[in-house]
Design a protein around this ligand. Structure first.
Ligand SMILES: [Zn+2]
Length: 321
């Protein structure tokens, strides 16, 4: 396989971060991302002694929309997709959830869509079963933010009954308080009102939420990282074990085909665009400086990869399942 200069740079950086794990293979984006739906919906890799399992929930083949990126045209976004080896026919937004196993402790990051987001998603439960993970054994769920594709899996369709009643739900206090403060729903834009209504009807009565005030350690080796902008309390989670580190970036870098080369692009999904850009650059710069691997909820499955600096932006190299 021939790698371009930029792929070689990222592959080398990633190799340095992950030198000992031979199960990860680098592929040029053109080959890695051509077929978005994976044949196997789970994938396991190691961060030191911690085991990470990526579980595929599905993909939203979003029709192009001029409002999707505030400061780029549809043509520019199509061009970025093609450069990453993706189709230009639609905006591919895959969704992957990770389960982290540290010792005998099982933690999940976000909950997927619960089949209540896009009809093409909702595969998480089946893929969890295929991976041999018992949902009843998940003791902790770390929640990045309160968007449907990340929290609807916590609530059953129709009844809103908790899917994981015994799990501790850890969330940034800023996020929880922003969504549930009195008068919030009325202030939300129309399109977000149903989400706000559901959150306020369900979450305040749940007893298993644990609100985190600072960038605290939330489990041994796992620390909350503030990455606001996408939502007011959007959080990433930093995992370290031995000499290896993983940044669970959630929606900070959203679809890297767009935001690696153009970190300055502001998505319609970013509530505070300029702050989202600032958080994105800060997080990716840290990941590069500390030679970490990174995963993201909307990265191409299995949702992990490496970043390298590339001019004023970044180059992203995904790992192949
Ligand atoms: Zn998302």
């Amino acid at each position: 396989m021939r790698l371009s200069r930029r792929q070689f740079v990222t592959a080398a950086a990633f190799g340095a971060a992950l030198g000992i794990d031979k199960r990860l293979a680098f592929v040029p984006p053109a080959q890695a991302q051509k077929t978005p739906d994976p044949t196997k919906g789970f994938y396991t890799y190691k961060v030191g002694s911690i085991e990470v399992t990526a579980l595929y929930d599905g993909i939203w083949e979003k029709p192009h929309d001029p409002a999707f990126i505030k400061n780029a045209s549809v043509e520019e976004t199509k061009e970025a997709l093609v450069k990453a080896g993706l189709t230009r026919d639609f905006m591919p937004i895959p969704l992957t959830v990770v389960v982290v196993k540290a010792g005998d402790r099982l933690m999940m990051i976000d909950s997927g869509s619960g089949g209540q987001w896009q009809p093409s998603a909702g595969k998480l439960a089946a893929n969890m079963q295929a991976a041999g993970i018992d949902p009843a054994k998940i003791g902790t769920i770390l929640i990045s933010h309160f968007h449907p594709d990340h929290i609807f899996g916590l609530m059953q369709k129709g009844s809103n009954a908790p899917t994981f009643p015994n799990a501790e739900l850890i969330v940034n206090a800023t996020e929880f308080k922003w969504w549930t403060e009195p008068g919030r729903v009325e202030k939300l834009p129309e399109a977000r009102k149903p989400l706000g209504t559901r959150i306020n009807a369900v979450f305040p009565s749940w007893k298993n939420f644990k609100l985190i005030e600072k960038e605290a350690e939330v489990a041994p080796g796992v620390r909350l990282v503030n990455a606001p902008g996408h939502t007011p309390g959007h959080a990433a989670f930093h995992v370290s074990s031995g000499t290896q580190q993983l940044m669970i970036s959630n929606d900070t870098a959203y679809v890297p085909a767009l935001l690696a080369p153009h970190p300055e692009w502001q998505g319609a999904y970013d509530q505070d665009g300029p702050l989202a850009v600032e958080s994105r650059r800060k997080l990716i710069d840290r990941v590069i400086a500390d030679k970490m691997m990174i995963c993201g909820a909307h990265f191409p499955f299995p949702g992990a990869g490496a970043f390298a600096k590339d001019g004023s932006g970044y180059a992203f190299t995904p790992v192949q399942a």
